[in-house]
Design a protein. Sequence first.
Length: 251
Amino acid sequence: MRAAERVEEARRCIERAHRVAVLTGAGISAASGIPTFRGPGGLWEGVRPEELATPEAYARDPQRVWSWYAWRYRLAYQARPNRAHELLVQLERDKGDGFLLVTQNVDGLHARAGSQRLVELHGSLHRARCEACQHRFPLPPPETFMPPPRCPRCGSRARPDVVWFGELVPGRAYQRAAEAFRTAEVALVVGTSAVVEPAASLGRLARLGGAYLVEVNPEQTPLTPLAHLSLRCGAEEGLEPLIGPRAPGTA
Ligand code: OAD
Ligand code: ZN
């Protein structure tokens, strides 16, 4: 089958499906100017994740860890959702209850674009969580934000409300994600290197459950061999022919 026919086949699968699950990673926000983690120019270049994104790093040097998160918060706050985020909002509107978007991103851009059936598996840069009472609260705008924030309920120091390496993703969020992927007719995996668990397993779960699996990523990933269709391109370019509006006059 030619490439265009394979895209058309995937598009029809998506159109027909009642249950669609989508997993996104840092690559979907690249076009919004937010750096990815792995690869050239990525956040992990020259830094080991353990130095910044673990409970041990935070215990050792909370100010350094907070500075890094405050910088990323400012980037995310100033960024705008791109066409790929918007196309996923449209897909959610088309599918209704049968849709779930699971993201590993903490930039908040899916929510800002308007996605509602959304699981932010790794938390959010826009919130902090009290170290004593676990209360979650939004950060003030970056212009006035001075880390570390204090809990508005009990005054204790608060940490970024994100999941660090060595921590568990919230159980209920993962259950909801796993259920959606296990029962999906179509699963889309966009802009993730698919190496960090448990998110990486969602694509495999979908495949085991009989889903048609589509990947959009300029690079190969461990999921590529499992995908029915793997589009080697950016998220905006890949999602447009799959879920964008059809050109007038085409069926
Ligand atoms: P990565 O940085 O590991 O992977 C980003 C992926 O996006 C790569 O596979 C790129 O090929 C791809 N990519 C780059 N530009 C793209 C574009 N324009 N469109 C589509 N894809 C593009 O990011 P994640 O897979 O999200 O966790 O990383 C997963 C987790 O590891 C993160 O949530 C974070 C990180 O360490 C924690 O901090 C706990
Ligand atoms: Zn508190």
